[in-house]
Write a protein that binds this ligand. Sequence first.
Ligand SMILES: C[S@@+](CC[C@H](N)C(=O)[O-])C[C@H]1O[C@@H](n2cnc3c(N)ncnc32)[C@H](O)[C@@H]1O
Length: 207
Amino acid sequence: MNREAIGRRFARLATDAVVRYPPLWRLFRGPLRRQFNGLAPVWNTLRRPDSLASFEEALERIEPPRRVLDVGTGTGAGAEAIKRRFPSAEVTGVDLAPAMIEQARASVRGVRFEVADASHLPYEDESFELVTLSNMIPFFDELARVVAPGGRALIAFSSGAETPIYVAPERLETELRGLGFTQFAVVAAGRGVALLAQRGATQNTSG
Ligand SMILES: C[S@@+](CC[C@H](N)C(=O)[O-])C[C@H]1O[C@@H](n2cnc3c(N)ncnc32)[C@H](O)[C@@H]1O
């Protein structure tokens, strides 16, 4: 097995473990950060032209948000697509890997990029009308904490179940329903799939 295949397997293992039992993140955090720091210079060459197909299709279905957070933004392609679709939105992209954030800052305009861990986001409760994840491990409690009442979460995987970091839409829906999300849509486009979820308009049930 080559290095890239080992990396993909490791990403899938980490995703399955952390979704099942989030405290395991402390074991995976360092190795994944190293893995993605190493991949940052070539990440854009590994992405396919239709990597954001389901992500962008889901964006078409929502009204313009005011504040948006793209979690695990990598080189910022998802954040850039959001800014293109909603030019007046205030868009922030965060990533664990500083080298990814460097690449994002160098190539994407009009978006704020910060190094941050999705398991402990440095933002106030209910700060964003839209929180997006593309090919990223979901930390459900933190995700739900920062979505405003009536706001949305968009979780997309570029190659559906073949994506190394992948969580089935049914599982995503179950987790988010328990955290106060009430409306769900599965969006398929290209090889990708996304779940678009809307939080109830009343206060968060997570805390
Ligand atoms: C598979 S890449 C996806 C990058 C980008 N969203 C895309 O679709 O091209 C996953 C990204 O999530 C980041 N990441 C993984 N775990 C994270 C965490 N807990 N907090 C923030 N970023 C994380 C990695 O550093 C990596 O850049």
